[in-house]
Ligand binder design. Structure first.
Ligand SMILES: [Zn+2]
Length: 328
């Protein structure tokens, strides 16, 4: 059951939201900004559920009609905006907010609109939304969730209370995975570290049967790349096509391998290595590479990820990346 007490990390934000409830200083609009899977939606839902709980207080009671309908996904006054994969259009704003907000809440104190991917609103959608935001009815509360709040108009930002969600401590994620997904400690630790502070990502990885296979493939690819000549390099790039749909995971694993190696070279300690079960790979890589080279590789991977996200040509991008990885 969702409530503030189930939120992992983000203590300062929870504290601040609870204080706004106690002090009756609840704003009309909030932005929760942070990476995918970091807990934005869970936080917004906990806040919304608490705000509409009949028993008041700083935790939802779980017993009242509002809490109960929320838990079954039928609370008529807590509305999640849905949209197409690509963007949020002005029609979405009109149909799901504009036509809805003219009616008072069915049975609750507030009518709360939660908008995932708010940074996908195109400019006309943002302008339409702004009109509502400029003169919201007393009962309306908006919670915008986004990865990059800088894509929102300054006029929207100035009307919202913005919270930036930081990566969650990996020890907390590790404990969560052990308690909720019944993983053993070593596995939980690995997924927690891989998730880079995103609980959603950690759960996704731990449920992915393919992940270990992709990881083995990627670590082998890295080993092969170290000693590959030009012809072999092209062959490896060719082979990568098979993992086109998983390329982001492949690049993430590669990135972590180089980061681990960097950390190991710089600190000389095994303690800070994320992939504790692959220490041999990391020590081997440390012997054949140097920090400047590894830093360049990390930059090149990030650059490739960005370009692939923006529909860059797969073959060209991966070949270029391999060239950069091979640069001395
Ligand atoms: Zn309640």
């Amino acid at each position: 059951m969702i409530g503030f007490n189930r939120i992992l990390g983000h203590e300062n934000i929870v504290h601040s939201l609870k204080n706004s409830i106690i002090g009756e200083r609840v704003n009309h609009a909030y932005i929760f900004s942070g990476e995918k899977g970091i807990g934005k939606h869970t936080l917004a839902k906990a806040f919304a559920k608490t705000l509409n709980c009949r028993n008041g207080g700083t935790e939802p009671c779980g017993q009242c009609i509002s809490c109960k309908t929320f838990d079954t996904g039928n609370n008529p006054d807590i509305i999640t905006i849905t949209h197409s994969k690509r963007d949020i259009t002005v029609d979405v704003i009109r149909e799901q907010i504009g036509e809805n907000i003219i009616y008072r809440p069915h049975s609750n104190k507030y009518k709360i609109f939660i908008m995932p991917d708010a940074d996908k609103m195109n400019v006309s959608a943002q302008n339409a939304f702004l009109k509502t935001l400029e003169e919201p009815p007393e009962f309306a509360i908006f919670m915008l969730l986004c990865e990059n709040y800088n894509k929102l108009l300054a006029t929207i930002l100035s009307r919202c209370v913005t919270f930036k969600l930081r990566p969650v401590d990996h020890n907390l994620i590790e404990k969560y995975l052990i308690d909720n997904n019944s993983l053993d400690r070593e596995k939980a630790q690995m997924y927690a570290r891989y998730s880079q502070g995103s609980i959603g990502r950690a759960v996704e990885l731990s449920n992915s049967q393919d992940f270990n296979e992709i990881r083995d493939y990627t670590l082998n690819l890295a080993r092969e790349l170290e000693k590959a000549d030009l012809i072999k390099m092209y062959k490896l790039a060719e082979g990568l096509k098979e993992y086109k749909d998983e390329i982001d995971t492949v690049l993430e694993i590669l990135l972590l391998l180089y980061r681990d190696t960097l950390v190991y070279i710089k600190t000389g300690s095994r303690r800070y290595i994320i992939q504790q079960d692959k220490i041999d790979d990391i020590i081997n890589m440390a012997q054949t590479s140097n920090t400047a080279q590894l830093e360049k590789r990390c930059d090149a991977i990030n650059d490739t990820r960005m370009k692939l996200l923006n529909n860059g040509d797969f073959q060209l991008m991966t070949e270029t990346l391999f060239f950069k990885i091979k640069e001395k």
